[in-house]
Write a protein that binds this ligand. Sequence first.
Ligand code: CMP
Length: 140
Amino acid sequence: MAIERTFSMIKPDATARNLTGAITQMLEEAGLRVVASRRVWMSQRQAEAFYAVHKERPFFGELTEFMSSGPTVVQVLEGENAIAKNREVMGATNPADAAEGTIRKRFANSIGENSVHGSDAPETAAEEIAFWFAGCDVVG
Ligand code: CMP
């Protein structure tokens, strides 16, 4: 399996509870390496642009309001099969469905305040990394 890069966000519900380190530790223990990391307080307009794929969904306003309600940590993760591995350690979108030992099972408050985001495919990973980072910010 090739070495991949994926995009990860630690969401405002998690930064508010000082969980950046605990979540990053779970990612690292899963074999993922943090090759870029930055704390940002995104505007609602940035959240709308980042989540544009969801703009027709009924929860779009709630999602973009929440994502701009406090600081987020944006990261690039690198490792073997990094996209699938990150999604495995994150757990299901809805914490009620998340498996034991996953980040969302352990920390998420709800389907909206679900502590982390991770890219779902190579194309979205490339787009999402490029949204937040310049090439020179990513140091493998
Ligand atoms: P994320 O992986 O960041 O991608 C889109 C987000 O939309 C998702 O995680 C959830 O936090 C959010 N989301 C999905 N479904 C709902 C919903 N029914 N209500 C509120 N937020 C949702």
